[in-house]
Ligand binder design. Structure first.
Ligand code: ZN
Length: 55
């Protein structure tokens, strides 16, 4: 199983499992991963339903 790679900055997760701080988004049937930094910056664009307090 390959490590998760951020779809925006190309950063690779240190573990095979997706870190809890990372976010996933399914677009056009493809599962995309976003690292903690990109997820925070793009959280509104990725999933508007996420609770801002969580971040
Ligand atoms: Zn990133």
């Amino acid at each position: 199983m390959a490590s998760a790679i951020c779809a925006l900055c190309g950063r690779q997760a240190e573990s095979e499992d997706l870190p809890l701080t990372w976010a996933t988004s399914v677009e056009n049937g493809r599962k995309l991963n976003y690292c903690d930094v990109c997820a925070r910056e793009n959280v509104r664009g990725i999933e508007g339903k996420l609770d801002p307090i969580y971040w």
